[in-house]
Ligand binder design. Structure first.
Ligand code: ATP
Length: 256
């Protein structure tokens, strides 16, 4: 067995010291895999991803027990900026772009964190445009004027400019048309298969996520209730029940 790239070990997390959001969540992302984190609104997906990137303190949240290890580094003891330099790069929910910068300027900010040389940044930029050709045509357009899909591609492109080893994505499909979602997931899978990029992706859209993921973990009310091969999870009728807030009990009932 190889050591996983990311190990989340029995993590408990809370906001403002009293609002519990995660209850003993454990999961592993193996090097070279796409791992989907599934669950309904409020299940704890974003909290898990923010814990991974040590971004909870910025929201008055904290990991209160357990730990998270990325490639031998305890993420709770590593600054978010250092995690990016180590190759752990997150695309936050809501396709965060600098709206008053052009698409290309947005992309270039991704190279700043690792102090890339100009030639390296140009090389990476060409690569992002090869992955998302639509962005090339929009390179001089202000990100705020782009479509939702183009903004999501810009946010992902910026993350790629940081040369991640583990790309962490929070609901990339949110608010986007099915064809755009498919296009984005196709490109993510290509990067995964051709370059070995490891991916942890939180999604409410379980159908799409399970189609592209190798393995998945389902969260329900801050608890990891299921984990396994995406193929096997695709066959389970009760997965959908987690998305309508019916939880574990309803899932078990529908399985009888
Ligand atoms: P969504 O898809 O709606 O983002 P999620 O699965 O990502 O859902 P989280 O955002 O992680 O879920 O929320 C988990 C729990 O933590 C919820 O009960 C939520 O209300 C709470 N929570 C999230 N962010 C905060 C915050 N900044 N302050 C207080 N509570 C929060």
């Amino acid at each position: 067995m190889t050591t996983p790239l990311l190990r989340i070990e029995a993590v408990e997390a809370a906001y403002q010291r009293s609002i519990a959001a995660l209850h003993g969540v454990s999961l592993e992302v193996r090097a070279g895999e796409i791992h989907a984190l599934l669950g309904a609104n409020g299940a704890g997906k974003s909290t898990t991803l923010k814990a991974v990137s040590n971004l909870l303190p910025a929201e008055r949240g904290q990991v209160t027990a357990g730990r998270i290890v990325f490639d031998g580094h305890d993420t709770g003891r590593t600054s978010p900026a250092d995690l990016v330099r180590l190759g752990l790069v997150q695309v936050l929910e809501g396709r965060h772009c600098f709206r008053t910068l052009t698409v290309e300027e947005n992309l270039l900010t991704g190279a700043l964190g690792r102090s890339a040389r100009r030639s390296e940044a140009a090389e990476d930029l060409a690569k992002v445009y090869a992955i998302f050709p639509k962005l090339k045509g929009r390179r001089k357009t202000l990100a705020g004027l782009c479509s939702g899909g183009e903004q999501q591609m810009t946010a992902i492109g910026r993350a790629l400019m940081s040369r991640p080893r583990l790309l962490v994505l929070d609901e990339p499909s949110m608010g986007l048309a099915p064809l755009v979602v498919r296009d984005i997931f196709e490109q993510l899978r290509r990067l995964n298969r051709e370059e070995g990029l490891s991916i942890l992706v939180a999604e409410q859209n379980s159908t799409v996520a399970l189609q592209y993921a190798d393995r998945a973990t389902v969260l329900d009310a801050g608890v990891a209730v299921l984990s396994g091969d995406a193929e096997a999870l695709r066959q389970r009728a009760d997965i959908q029940s987690f998305y309508f807030g019916e939880g574990v009990a309803a899932g078990a009932r529908s399985n009888r």
